[in-house]
Design a protein around this ligand. Structure first.
Ligand SMILES: Cc1ncc(COP(=O)(O)O)c(C=O)c1O
Length: 411
C-alpha cells in the first residue's frame, strides 16, 4: 500500500496524500513523475468536466492569454460578458457574478440573501441549510454546512444558519420564522455521499419559499454544468430557484465559479460584492469554451448513456459482492460498501493505478470526466471487481449487507 507522503516540500501539510507526484494528464488518465498511469474517476473532485488537459481548454487559454488577461474588474471585458450571456441563455436566471471558487460563490449567495432581506423582508437574515450539507471552507460557508466535523471548529462561527433535515419538508417548515430569509440546498448532497434530494422535496421547498417570501438558493457547485445529465441538477424537479451557485465543472479544471440570480433576487448595490479576479477574462474564456462543449447537442444525452452504463456496472458489482445501494444521477454516483472499507479500497486502487474517492468510510463516490469512454468505464469496473475480491472476503465473514438498490431518479 502507498506510504503517506513525507513532508517533502514547503507546501502546508493539509491532508494525507500518497507519495507519488502527479505530473501530467490526458483525458481519463493521470500520470505521475515515474510515468505510472492512473485511470481517474475522481477528476479533481468532479472538476475536469472534459477530462485532463482537453485541447479546447488549451486553445481558449492560449488565445485569450494573447489578447487580454486582467484589465481589472473596474472595466468591462468581452470574455466575461460572453460567459455571463451564455449562462443566462442556458438557465432561468438573469444576472451573473463571476468569481474563482465555489465557496466564494456561496459567500456571495449568502450576502445576496442578507441584502435581499434588508430590501424586502425588514432585515430578515437567517438561512435554512441542511444536516450533512457542504457549502465550502470559508468561515460563513463552513457555518452554513452541516458537516459534523465542522461543528465547533474555528469559533466564533458566523451566526445566521439553522439546520433542517434533508428530504424532510416538515423539519424546514418548523424552522421558518420572521427572521428567515432563504433556504439553501444541494440538489444532490455530494460530500455527504451522493444523497439526492427527492424531486417532490425540491418542489415542496419551492412552494414553501413562495408562501413565506423566502429565496430558494441551489448550490450546484458539484451538480451543475451537466454533471447530473441535465444542464443543472434542479431541472428534473421542474422548479425555478431564485439563486444558483456553480463552480467546479464550469472551469473544466481552472478556478472559475459563478453566482446566478433572477432579476427579482439580484439586489446587490455597488460595493456589496467584488474581488480582484471577479470576471477575469482568462478564466471566463475557458468557462465559455467548456459550456460550448457541454451544452452542445448530444453531449448531455451521452452523459446520461454513460451514466447508465456506470450505474448498471456498479449495481452488478454490488450484487456480486453483497454490497449496498447504488445511487446518483448522470455521472455522479455512489456505491455503498456496507462496511467501512472505503479507505482501504481507495488506497489499494491507487496502487493498482485507479483513482477513486471515499467521502465516507463505507462509501465510494465516482465522478469521471463527462466525456469518459465506455471502455474506460468497463475497465474501471473490472479493476474495482478485482479489488473487491481482495477486500470483501474479510467483510463477508461479518454477514451480508442489505440488498442493493439502484436509486437513480428519486421521486
Ligand atoms: C456542493 C458544494 N458546494 C461548495 C463547494 C466548495 O467549492 P470550492 O471548493 O470550489 O470552494 C463544494 C466543493 O466540494 C461543493 O461540493
Amino acid at each position: 500500500m502507498s506510504a503517506p507522503s513525507p513532508r517533502a516540500s514547503a507546501l502546508m501539510d493539509l491532508a494525507p496524500r500518497p507519495a507519488p507526484v502527479m505530473q501530467r494528464g490526458q483525458g481519463s488518465w493521470l500520470y505521475d513523475e515515474d510515468g505510472k498511469a492512473y485511470l481517474d474517476f475522481v477528476q479533481g473532485w468532479a472538476v475536469n468536466s472534459l477530462g485532463h488537459c482537453p485541447p479546447v481548454i488549451g486553445e481558449a487559454l492560449a488565445a485569450q492569454s494573447r489578447r487580454l488577461i486582467s484589465p481589472s474588474p473596474a472595466y468591462h471585458n468581452d470574455a466575461a460578458i460572453a460567459l455571463a450571456d451564455a449562462l443566462v441563455s442556458h438557465s432561468p436566471f438573469d444576472e451573473v457574478f463571476l468569481c474563482s471558487s465555489g465557496a466564494e460563490a456561496n459567500e456571495g449567495a449568502i450576502k445576496l440573501a442578507r441584502r435581499w432581506g434588508v430590501e424586502h423582508r425588514g432585515g430578515a437574515h437567517d438561512i435554512i441549510t441542511f444536516d450533512d450539507a457542504f457549502h465550502g471552507r470559508t468561515l460563513a460557508t463552513m457555518a452554513a454546512s452541516g458537516k459534523p466535523q465542522f461543528r465547533g471548529l474555528f469559533t466564533p462561527q458566523p451566526a445566521g444558519f439553522v439546520k433542517a433535515r434533508f428530504n424532510d419538508i416538515e423539519s424546514v417548515r418548523a424552522l421558518i420564522d420572521e427572521r428567515t430569509v432563504a433556504v439553501m440546498v444541494e440538489p444532490i448532497q455530494g460530500e455527504a455521499g451522493v444523497v439526492p434530494a427527492r424531486a417532490d422535496f425540491l418542489r415542496e421547498l419551492r412552494a414553501l419559499a413562495d408562501a413565506h417570501r423566502l429565496l430558494l438558493i441551489v448550490d450546484e457547485i458539484q451538480t451543475g454544468v451537466g454533471r447530473t445529465g441535465d444542464r443543472w441538477g434542479f431541472e428534473h424537479a421542474g422548479i425555478r430557484p431564485d439563486v444558483m451557485t456553480i463552480g467546479k465543472g464550469i472551469g473544466g479544471g481552472v478556478p472559475l465559479a459563478a453566482l446566478l440570480a433572477t432579476r427579482h433576487a439580484a439586489c446587490f448595490r455597488h460595493g456589496d460584492q467584488g474581488g480582484t479576479y471577479v470576471g477575469n477574462p482568462l478564466m471566463a474564456a475557458i468557462g465559455k469554451a467548456v459550456l460550448d462543449q457541454v451544452f452542445a447537442p448530444a453531449f448531455l444525452a451521452n452523459v446520461r448513456d454513460r451514466g447508465r452504463r456506470l450505474a448498471d456496472g456498479l449495481t452488478a458489482l454490488s450484487h456480486r459482492h453483497g454490497l449496498g445501494e447504488v445511487r446518483g444521477r448522470g455521472l455522479l454516483w455512489a456505491l455503498d460498501l456496507g462496511e467501512p472499507i472505503g479507505t482501504e479500497l481507495v488506497s489499494r486502487a491507487f496502487d493498482a493505478g485507479l483513482l477513486l474517492n471515499a467521502p465516507r468510510p463505507h462509501l465510494l463516490r465516482l465522478m469521471p470526466a463527462l466525456n469518459v469512454g465506455e471502455e474506460e468505464i468497463d475497465r474501471m469496473l473490472a479493476m474495482l471487481d478485482a479489488l473487491l475480491n481482495e477486500v470483501t472476503p474479510k467483510r463477508q465473514r461479518g454477514g451480508q449487507a442489505s440488498a442493493p438498490r439502484a436509486n437513480g431518479v428519486p421521486e
